[in-house]
Design a protein around this ligand. Structure first.
Ligand code: A2H
Length: 262
């Protein structure tokens, strides 16, 4: 990290229904009419059709930051600080001068938002997806929020498999982790569900198999990017390499995403 800048797509997942714990915390702090968004940072905008949930780190502290009269973002303070200098919060002549000027309206721990229902742009799951816990989310990368695409991300597939297996332990409803996983990208080597294919083939049994998951992630990324073909959406039939910037541009144009770099 810190060598070359990463250009992420920051996606806006709008809160439809807060989890009970989170609802109590935000009550009176955010107007009922406000739009509140969880904002995951992704390097794979072309896969967003396949979102089935969105992850937070259960122990990570998030802030709810006011970005306009009507809109609020849920991200780590670190990410909000970066965004403040990329024109997301203020015009460039109004950059905050000290961290104190970028104060969240309320703070939330990841565990309190688990179960929140959000709408995920482009996802086939039009009724929304749930916020779920992922222990491997790093507080020091992206926004600390990670949208889950189990068809194409081995980490995401390993995590939802574990969540479904141990739903009671995690304090979630099993069905929240069992939404249909639609094929998004076809590849010559791994078929149209790259991540489940690799996780099974490599016998990865847990989201804690970090070394194997890193290898699977690398294989999935290269195969998908250089050899993948889109199976869904406006750019169906096109190569992933071609479709990726187009999906990103469309999401930004529709106001459902913005650029985020760090
Ligand atoms: B990617 P890089 Cl389909 N902690 O999005 C852990 N992981 C994080 C994170 C954090 N704080 N912030 C972002 N990420 C994930 C989609 C995806 C991603 C697919 C396939 C691979 C993939 C759906 N999840 O990432 O270290 C996000 O997951 C593998 C490269 O900055 C983000 O893109 O390169 C990616 O890691 C950024 O990782």
């Amino acid at each position: 990290e810190g060598v070359a800048p990463q250009d992420y797509t920051a996606l806006k997942l709008k809160v439809k229904d807060w989890a009970p714990d989170a609802a109590k915390i935000v009550q009176g702090k955010i107007p009922d009419s406000a739009n509140v968004y969880f904002v995951p940072a992704t390097l794979r905008p072309e896969t967003m059709y396949g979102q089935t949930c969105c992850f937070v780190g259960p122990k990570i502290k998030y802030g709810v930051f006011k970005v306009s009269e009507s809109d609020y973002y849920v991200v780590t303070k670190r990410a909000a600080w970066n965004m403040a200098f990329q024109g997301t919060f203020f015009k460039s002549d109004q950059f905050p001068r000290t961290a104190d000027e970028l104060v969240p309206v309320v703070e939330l721990t990841g565990s309190s938002v688990v179960g929140t229902l959000v709408s995920a742009p482009l996802s086939i799951h039009k009724n929304g997806v749930r916020i779920l816990p992922m222990d491997s989310v790093l507080p020091t990368k992206g926004t600390g929020v990670v949208t889950s695409v189990p068809s194409d991300s081995p980490d995401d597939f390993a995590t939802i498999t574990d969540l479904a297996k141990k739903a009671d332990y995690y304090g979630i409803k099993k069905e929240w982790a069992e939404l249909e996983i639609p094929p998004i990208i076809d590849t010559p080597s791994y078929g149209n569900l790259t991540a489940p294919f690799l996780v099974k083939k490599m016998k990865i049994n847990s989201p804690k198999d970090a070394k194997q998951l890193a290898e699977a992630k690398d294989l999935a990324y290269k195969e998908g990017y250089y050899k993948g073909t889109m199976l869904v959406g406006d750019f169906k039939g096109q190569s992933v390499e071609t479709a990726k910037p187009k999906v990103k541009e469309a999401l930004i144009k529709s106001g459902e995403a913005f650029e985020y770099a760090e």
